[in-house]
Design a protein around this ligand. Structure first.
Ligand code: UGA
Length: 437
């Protein structure tokens, strides 16, 4: 099939490459010329494991091209909308400027039987509004909402082998003409038994925000337990292991630490609350305010613990932060808890050095006032305290005996609870975890 993918960020670039991998002829379209230049040279404009290899592989087939020219969408029968929906400045709601701009730029190029497929995360009600615009332009074209559930760091595998497909169509019926067309797009993963649910448009939009809200709630639940464990002298990692053995609860997303960040969970729960308010259902989501508050409290708690670790004052203390990305295997620093903690420490008078295998360029754009050092050995040299804030494998693998030779004081705060406290203490370190004795 001929497919256009509008928006070539974390979602769209991966989606375009994966659709070409599935055998389709794909054009990726974005307004950002530098992004398009990189992608045209088979280079991902951000770090995502295996994406570069996939780009090289599919571009060699001639099935994948990139352009800034929206008219290249003409002739495709399926058009995926993959642009961002960031948080509005100074407000909780989602900024739909990019979605609206993408759809209006696309409209003149759609023809009868075309399917416009929304993948961006949008406030419920957006799809019905866009469906109207599509039908006004071309009564025989369709709009489908097909939310995306990929995780950064696993984006290629999650796109090629998703847990499920959700198709939201105007009448919510399986026999809606767009269902068969999307089934053709996803024929390969569907053939391997991937479940596919057809719903109406608002349900499909809500599936996405509900899923992210549940994940955020799970993380904040375990972080609330971490607060209690700290107060009671208990260990949240053992608690998570024990409750996670109950199938109904499950161990995934019960890693207590500095909390969630990134371009999705924080802004999605806020936009969800804002939308619920508009719909007169704000009470249903007031708990998400608490989820957000617990999450933000982790950052403050880490700054306090760092102060304790430095003997009661942060002033002039050399602190090395291990990790800047919002999670490992990503160079994304949007709302990264690690960077927000690093900036707080600096504001409170410590001399902060941040290191990260992939995210330093993005981090320096966000917080130019922090000091960055790519090399871990150099970054930790003469540090008064280390803070492990993004659990890259290379930080999990650090040897406490070797590291002790570089630092000024053997003190470490494990903000992700991924180190073995007994091993670090045996090597002479003062070890602090979160929610652990
Ligand atoms: C999240 C969802 O997991 C995806 O399903 C969704 O498609 C995506 O948002 C999106 O809306 O686009 P992502 O933001 O890539 O994916 O990252 P996650 O793996 O969900 O991690 C989010 C944050 O939670 C990270 O900062 C991570 O460190 C933190 N986290 C995760 C915890 O603190 N504890 C955990 O147990 C798990």
């Amino acid at each position: 099939m001929r497919i256009s993918v509008i928006g070539c960020g974390y979602l769209g670039a991966v989606h375009a490459a994966c659709m070409a991998k599935l055998g389709h002829e794909v054009v990726g379209i974005d307004v950002d010329e530098s992004k398009i230049a990189a992608l045209s040279a088979a280079q991902a404009p951000f770090y995502e494991p295996s994406l570069d290899d996939l780009l090289v592989e599919v571009q060699a087939t001639g099935r994948l091209t990139f352009t800034t020219d929206m008219s290249a969408a003409a002739g495709s029968s399926v058009h995926f909308i993959c642009v961002g929906t960031p948080q509005k400045k100074g407000e909780n709601g989602a900024d739909l400027t990019y979605v609206d701009a993408a759809v209006s730029a696309l409209l003149p190029h759609i023809r009868e039987n075309d399917v416009v497929v929304g993948k961006s995360t949008v406030p419920v009600g957006t799809a019905s509004r866009l469906a109207l615009l599509v039908s006004e332009q071309e009564p025989l074209a369709h709009l489908v909402w097909n939310p995306e559930f990929l995780r950064e760091g696993h984006a290629v595998a999650d796109t090629l082998h998703p847990d499920r497909f959700v198709y939201g169509v105007s009448d919510g019926n399986e026999d809606h003409p767009a269902v068969g067309i999307l089934d053709e797009v996803y024929a390969a993963p569907l053939a391997t038994g991937t479940p596919r649910l057809v719903s109406d448009l608002p349900t499909a939009e809500l599936v996405k925000t509900a899923a992210n809200s549940f994940l955020a709630t799970k993380i904040s639940f375990i972080n609330a337990m971490a607060e209690l464990c700290e107060a009671a002298g208990a260990d949240v990692t053992q608690l998570a292991d024990a409750i996670g053995m109950d199938d109904r609860i499950g161990r995934k997303f019960l890693h207590a630490g500095i909390g969630f960040g990134g371009g999705c969970l924080p802004k999605d729960i806020r936009a969800f609350m804002a939308r619920a308010g508009e719909l007169g259902a704000d009470q249903a989501l007031t708990f998400l305010r608490e989820v957000d508050a617990i999450n933000m409290r982790r950052r403050t708690r880490v700054v306090e613990l760092a102060r304790e670790l430095c003997g009661g004052s942060l002033l002039g203390k050399r602190i090395t932060v291990l990790g800047a990305a919002f999670k490992p295997e990503s160079d994304d620093v949007r709302d990264s808890p690690a960077l927000s903690i690093a900036a707080q420490l600096q504001l409170q008078g410590s001399v902060v050095t941040v290191t990260d295998p992939k995210a330093l360029t993005n981090a320096a754009k966000r917080f130019p006032e922090l000091h960055y050092q790519k090399d871990t050995d150099r970054a930790v040299k003469n540090a008064d305290a280390l803070l492990l804030l993004t659990e890259w494998q290379e930080y999990r693998d650090l040897d406490p005996y070797e590291l002790a030779g570089f630092v000024a004081s053997s003190s470490i705060l494990d903000g992700r609870n991924v180190l073995d406290p007994a091993k670090w203490r045996a090597a002479g370190w003062t070890y602090r975890g979160l929610g652990r004795p």
